[in-house]
Design a protein around this ligand. Structure first.
Ligand code: PRP
Ligand code: URA
Length: 211
C-alpha cells in the first residue's frame, strides 16, 4: 500500500463519535447525526488542499484581493444509500459544492457491487471529486465508483470513509494508486459475510432505520 495516499484520522473528536456510532444501542436519529458530524470533521482534513482564488472584497477599511474557495470546483459523490448520510456534513463546509450520485448495492451472496444509478455533475474533468461512503469493506463498491467517475472523465478523486477494513483499503489503493483515501478508523478484518469487525453493522440500515 502507498502510505502517501492513505490518511487515517487521529483526532479525538472523530474517534469518540465513531465509537458512539459503533454502539448497537445508538438509534437512527443519533446515528444519522453522528454520521453527518464525522463527515464534517473528516471534510476539514480532506479538503485542506482545495484550490483558492483571489476575489475582490471591500472591508470597512478598504478594498482588497483575498482568497476564497469556489464551490464550483468541488463535487461530492455519495455512494447510495449510506453515503447520503455524509452529504450534509460536507455541504456544511462547502455549501455550493455540486452533488453527484452513484447507486450501488452489494449482492448478499457474492458481495460484488451492482450499479443501478449514476449521475455526475457536468463537466467533471476539472473538479476535485470527493466520493463518500461510510464503509469500505471488500472495496468492491469503492473501486466500482471510482471506475465510473474515471470513465466519465474525473481525474482528481478523493475517497472518504468512516470505517475501513484492511482488505478494502488495500484493494482500493492498489487498484487506484492515484486517488487520496481518508479513513476515520481502520478496523481489524472482514468476517465471512464480508462485514467489518468490529465495525458498526450495516451503515445504510442504521442511517435509514431499515432492516
Ligand atoms: C454498503 C456500504 C458500501 C458497501 C461496502 O452498502 O455502504 O457501499 O456496502 O462494501 P464493499 O466494500 O464490500 O463493497 P450496501 O451494498 O449494503 O448498500 P446500501 O448502502 O444501499 O445499504
Ligand atoms: N457494509 C456495511 O454497511 N457494513 C459492513 O460492515 C460492510 C459493508
Amino acid at each position: 500500500m502507498n502510505e502517501n495516499q492513505i490518511h487515517i484520522m487521529t483526532h479525538p473528536l472523530i474517534q469518540h463519535k465513531i465509537s458512539m456510532m459503533r454502539d448497537y444501542r445508538t438509534g437512527t436519529n443519533e446515528f444519522r447525526k453522528l454520521t453527518e458530524e464525522v463527515a464534517t470533521l473528516m471534510g476539514y482534513e480532506a479538503l485542506r488542499d482545495l484550490p483558492l482564488e483571489d476575489v475582490e472584497v471591500t472591508t470597512p477599511i478598504e478594498t482588497c484581493m483575498t482568497p476564497m474557495i469556489s464551490g464550483q470546483k468541488l463535487a461530492i459523490v455519495p455512494i447510495l444509500r449510506a453515503g447520503l448520510g455524509m452529504v450534509s456534513g460536507i455541504l456544511a463546509l462547502v455549501p455550493s459544492a455540486k452533488v453527484g450520485h452513484i447507486g450501488l448495492y452489494r449482492d448478499h451472496e457474492t458481495h460484488e457491487p451492482h450499479e443501478y444509478y449514476c449521475k455526475l455533475p457536468d463537466p467533471i474533468e476539472l473538479r476535485t471529486i470527493v466520493v463518500l461512503d461510510p464503509m469500505l469493506a471488500t472495496g468492491g463498491s469503492a473501486v466500482a465508483a471510482v471506475d465510473f467517475i474515471k470513465q466519465h472523465g474525473g481525474r482528481k478523486i478523493k475517497f472518504m470513509c468512516i470505517i475501513a477494513a484492511p482488505e478494502g483499503l488495500k484493494r482500493l489503493t492498489e487498484t487506484h494508486p492515484d486517488i487520496q483515501v481518508y479513513v476515520g478508523h481502520l478496523d481489524r478484518e472482514l468476517n465471512a459475510d464480508a462485514y467489518i469487525c468490529p465495525g458498526l453493522g450495516d451503515a445504510g440500515d442504521r442511517i435509514f432505520g431499515t432492516k
